[in-house]
Design a binder for this molecule. Structure first.
Ligand code: PEP
Length: 256
């Protein structure tokens, strides 16, 4: 059994108005209660961080953001800094999601700046990596994941690594209903841990949580979460409805 506590994080993407977001999180908090077997994070859009943060007050559910800018302040229209997220009591931030890499041309270098800024400001980065279908089919999965992981973590110290969460999200499985097989997912998760071990040492690599993301649902979660190197899930679609999100938390709790 792994000593790593499972983590279930909901990525709400560009969904929910502030009042819809509060209603959803109230349902989640009521259903989850005070359980501490699994770490639970919700990542609403920026516009709902404050209201959701207030609704989470006193609960075990933590707040995360979906993006951040590396600079602390300045002329970056439309952007949000680490300090601004911390002021709203965010604990986590998703960085390098494939939608940001694809639609906003985010490079590994820029993603790395965000990771370093988040860590400096005591915000835990959830660094997303993953291959496209074309890359998988042409045998490039591990090379792509290695480039994204090493690029994203450049300059991260051993001490800082304990605050990093990695999410393996095969791009072809995100929002498509096509989930990676347990073997495909476990292979990449073990590979990520081996890369972390090479850079940071075995003991440090054993502490890092590596989440799976890509059409994870209550029906397929138990098998995925039962794999040795799968330490939780980054959940898109199934995090937008309290029943499925809470069922995923329960699946993580029973897979410990
Ligand atoms: C995601 O966007 O991070 C994700 C995993 O989405 P979905 O669960 O909908 O595939």
């Amino acid at each position: 059994m792994s000593s790593r506590k499972k983590l279930i994080a909901g990525n709400w993407k560009m969904n929910k108005t502030s009042s819809d977001a509060v209603a959803l999180v109230q349902e989640i908090v009521a259903a989850i209660g005070k359980q501490t077997d699994v770490d639970v994070v919700v990542c609403p859009p920026f516009t709902s961080l404050e209201s959701v943060g207030k609704a989470l007050d006193g609960s075990v559910v933590k707040l995360g953001a979906q993006n951040v800018h590396p600079e602390p302040s300045g002329a970056y229209t439309g952007e949000t800094s680490v300090g601004m997220l911390r002021a709203l009591f965010s604990s986590y931030v998703i960085i390098g999601h494939s939608e940001r890499r694809t639609y906003f041309q985010e490079s590994d270098g820029f993603i790395n700046q965000k990771v370093l800024a988040a860590l400096k400001g005591q915000l835990k980065p959830i660094l997303c990596v993953g291959e496209t279908l074309g890359q998988r089919e042409s045998g490039q999965t591990l090379r792509v994941v290695q480039t994204q992981l090493e690029g994203g973590l450049e300059g991260v110290s051993k001490d800082q690594l304990t605050s990093v969460v990695v999410a393996y999200e095969p791009v072809w499985a995100i929002g498509t209903g096509k989930v990676a097989t347990t073997e495909q997912a476990q292979e990449v998760h073990a590979f990520i841990r081996s890369l972390l071990a090479k850079t940071f040492g075995d003991a440090m690599a054993e502490k890092v949580r590596i989440l799976y993301g890509g059409s994870m649902k209550p029906a397929n979660a138990p098998e995925l979460l039962g794999q040795k190197d799968i330490d939780g899930g980054l959940i898109g679609g199934a995090s937008l409805e309290s029943r499925s999100f809470v069922d995923l938390v329960k699946a993580a709790a029973s897979s410990r």
